[in-house]
Write a protein that binds this ligand. Structure first.
Ligand code: PAF
Length: 311
């Protein structure tokens, strides 16, 4: 079954870089089965079209739209998946509270220029209890892996499955989930999956809060306090830029700013090497600062990078 959502008329004039005609009203098509999506994308590849893929769990915001924009700019066909993946939520996490808004999401995909929305049911993706799990070890172990020990196996398993359904493509991920991008990149390299992983910059609200589908689960007072995450990262970056090369003082400085968030419980505030997410002596080259803060109904993560010049 495929539904169609009309895109606003005025948005698509001219020609996309990939050469697609974008004049007048066009359609985004909603596809619900693996077989239908495969057939559509195989047909596109057979006539030489490149595929851009944006995997999401829905409740789309401007951060997701920036991923679709990047995909539209570089590919002939763009598919966005919307699937709240139960495998990546542990018992007691927010699977049932996770915001869902399929119709609005599909319309948003259409106005952003996506051609297809893949929104399978849980039964379509997992017709029986899954017996195959894809895990990445070292990169997935610290930080999120420590606080959500089953999370990344759920992510890599569904992403491997989505990549197998979509086929060769460029896949766009937001850098807000820095560790997720590192884990998925490692999986793709280790398993020679024919997908190019593209990491796109974090999109922020005017007050600095990183956009996230979970922000709508913050209370008014929590939302007021949440921009302190951005300020904590700024304090960490400033310390590295001032010459600090040891991780612990940077972590202390970030936690000091996070004390301005009495409603949030800090899971971690870490300074690590950007690629391995580990510390191997004094910080050097590409450094990443990462935070996770738990509020009553939303757990927020954020990060920023700083480059240490070589000697
Ligand atoms: O980042 C997300 O929204 C999810 O982890 C992803 C990549 C869509 C897998 O479910």
């Amino acid at each position: 079954k495929a539904w169609a959502f009309w895109r606003p008329f005025s948005l698509f004039f001219g020609r996309s870089p990939a050469g697609r005609e974008r004049v007048g009203t066009t359609l985004v098509e909603l596809i619900e089965t693996i077989a239908d999506l495969r057939a559509r994308l195989d047909a596109d590849r057979a006539v030489g079209r490149s595929i851009g893929f944006v995997p999401t769990m829905g409740c789309l915001h401007d951060g997701h739209v920036s991923l679709i924009d990047a995909a539209v700019a570089a590919n002939d066909r763009v598919v966005t998946s919307i699937f709240v993946n139960p495998l990546q939520f542990a018992e007691g996490e927010d699977l049932h509270d996770y915001p869902r808004s399929l119709e609005a999401d599909a319309a948003r995909c259409g106005s952003a220029g996506a051609d297809l929305v893949f929104a399978p049911s849980v039964d379509e993706m997992y017709p029986r209890a899954i017996d195959t799990v894809v895990t990445v070890s070292a990169v997935a172990a610290p930080l999120e892996g420590r606080y959500r020990p089953t999370h990344f196996a759920g992510v890599t398993t569904v992403v491997a499955k989505l990549f197998s359904i979509v086929g060769p493509c460029r896949a766009y991920f937001g850098a807000k989930d820095w560790q997720q991008v590192a884990v998925v990149t490692r999986m793709v390299e280790d398993l020679s999956i024919p997908v190019e992983v593209v990491s796109c910059p974090i999109v922020r609200e005017p007050d600095g809060l990183a956009m996230s589908s979970r922000n709508i689960n913050l209370s008014v007072e929590e939302r007021r306090q949440a921009p302190a995450l951005r300020r904590a990262l700024d304090a960490g970056v400033a310390l590295v830029e001032a010459g600090e090369r040891a991780a612990p003082p940077i972590e202390v400085a970030m936690r000091a700013v996070l004390s301005e968030v009495p409603l949030g419980e800090v899971d971690y505030a870490a300074a690590v090497q950007a690629d391995t997410l580990a510390v191997d002596g004094p910080l050097h080259d590409d450094v990443r600062l990462l935070l996770a803060v738990r509020f009553s109904k939303a757990r927020l993560i954020d990060n920023d990078g700083v480059q240490i010049p070589g000697i």
